[in-house]
Ligand binder design. Sequence first.
Ligand SMILES: *Cc1c(COP(=O)(O)O)cnc(C)c1O
Length: 251
Amino acid sequence: METPTQTSAERRDEIAANAHALDQRIETACTAAGRARGEVTVVAVTKTFPWTDVAHLAALGFRDMGENRDQDAAPKIARCRAEGLVGLRWHFVGQLQTNKVGRVAAYADVVHSVDRPRLVGALERAAAAHHRAMTCLVQVDLEDGAYGETPTPGAPNRGGAAPADVADLAARIDASEHLDLGGVMAVAPREGDPATAFARLAEVSAALRSTYPLAVLISAGMSVDLDAAVAAGATHLRVGTALLGSRPPLG
Ligand SMILES: *Cc1c(COP(=O)(O)O)cnc(C)c1O
C-alpha cells in the first residue's frame, strides 16, 4: 500500500521492481519445467489495494486483475473504468456467496471459485441478466479429507468441490448458455507439500480435458507456492503479495 510518505512515483517503482523479480522467478520455474513463459499468465490480485495500484500494474503491462470480495472490488473497478482503465480482465478469485452473484456478474470476466451447483444456476441467471458471458473455473478442494484420507484436524476449509463432484459441476457450467467452462482452480492446503496438491489438481484437469478439450485453464499458485504450480502445469498464477507487498487487514 502506498504509505502516507510514499509518492505515486515511488509506489510505481516499487511495484515495477516487484514485477521484475516475479517475472524472473516465473521464468526460472518455466525453464526448470521445460515450459514456455508465454504459457503462464499472472493474475495480479489487487484485493485491499487502491485503484491507483491497478493503474501502476496496467502501465507495466498487466491485463488480468483479481479480487476476492465484492464490497472491495465493485467500487474499485467502477473507479478504474471512470479513470479510463479499460481493456482489463477481472477475475473473481474468492469464495462467492449466492446472494453476491448478481453484483459480481456485472464486472467479473472469470470466476475462479465455482464449487457448488447452486452457484452455477445463480451465475447463469446473473450473466444472462447482464447480457454477458463469463468464464467459470471449477474450484477443487485439495485437502486430504476430499480424497477419503484422514483430514488434518482443524484444517480450515478453503472452499472447493471434492474431486468426485467436478464432473457434475463442469457439465452444469458447460450446459449454461452464458457460461464458458474454462478449467480448474485450487488453493494449496496450508499443511503439506504444495507440489503434491498441485499434482492432484493436474490429474483432475487431465480428466476434465478428456471430456472438455477446451477447458485448459489451471489456476494454481500464489506468492508462496507459484514455482510448484508452474512445475505442475499451472496456466494462471494468482499473485498478490509478491507484486504489491503485504496487505492491509481486511476491514
Ligand atoms: C489473496 C488471494 C491470492 C493471492 O495471494 P498472495 O499470497 O498475496 O499472492 C490468491 N488466490 C486467492 C484465492 C486469494 O484470495
